[in-house]
Write a protein of this length. Structure first.
Length: 159
């Protein structure tokens, strides 16, 4: 973009972010409807733990004060998907927990079975932090760096 490009009065970046987060909702909704993950599909979902509407057990918010990654694969239950977020039961260190996550809090969605990933811009600018392994009882897998099926949206503007 040139410096002469006028400021948009249409919030395109927010519209695109909402549409991409709806992809996450639709995928989770399919799993809720069928009750199973198809084939080898499984999901790594990273979200801001202190975002409005997020509800996680205190021991998890203390361990992950900014962001955490969960794995939806073998051991999950009570997945419920609403228009604005989802709830899911997961085990952390053998302790069953219920999480409520609004889609607005999600910063990454990754399905390693097909190397599909979405990255969302955070609502607030923050310093990058060292990434920890997923919080629940599944091993972490690193997303492929080849860019296949990866959608990253960054609408930062140079002023």
């Amino acid at each position: 973009m040139s410096e002469d490009t006028p400021e948009s009065l249409i919030p395109y970046d927010e519209i695109v972010q909402d549409a991409l987060r709806a992809v996450v909702g639709r995928v989770l909704g399919e799993v809720e409807t069928t009750g199973v993950l198809p084939g080898d599909h499984h999901f790594y979902i990273t979200f801001k733990t202190s975002a409005p509407g997020v509800s996680i057990p205190r021991h998890l918010s203390e361990r992950f004060p900014d962001e955490m990654t969960i794995v939806i694969q073998h051991r999950f239950w009570d997945l419920k998907v609403e228009q604005d977020g989802f709830t899911v039961g997961l085990s952390f260190g053998g302790v069953p927990s219920s999480l409520i996550v609004p889609f607005a809090a999600v910063t990454q969605f990754h399905d390693p079975a097909v190397e599909f990933a979405l990255t969302f811009q955070a609502n607030s600018v923050a310093e990058p932090i060292a990434e920890e392994a997923p919080g629940n009882d599944e091993p972490a897998a690193e997303p492929a760096d080849d860019g296949s099926n990866v959608v990253s949206v960054d609408f930062t503007r140079k002023k």
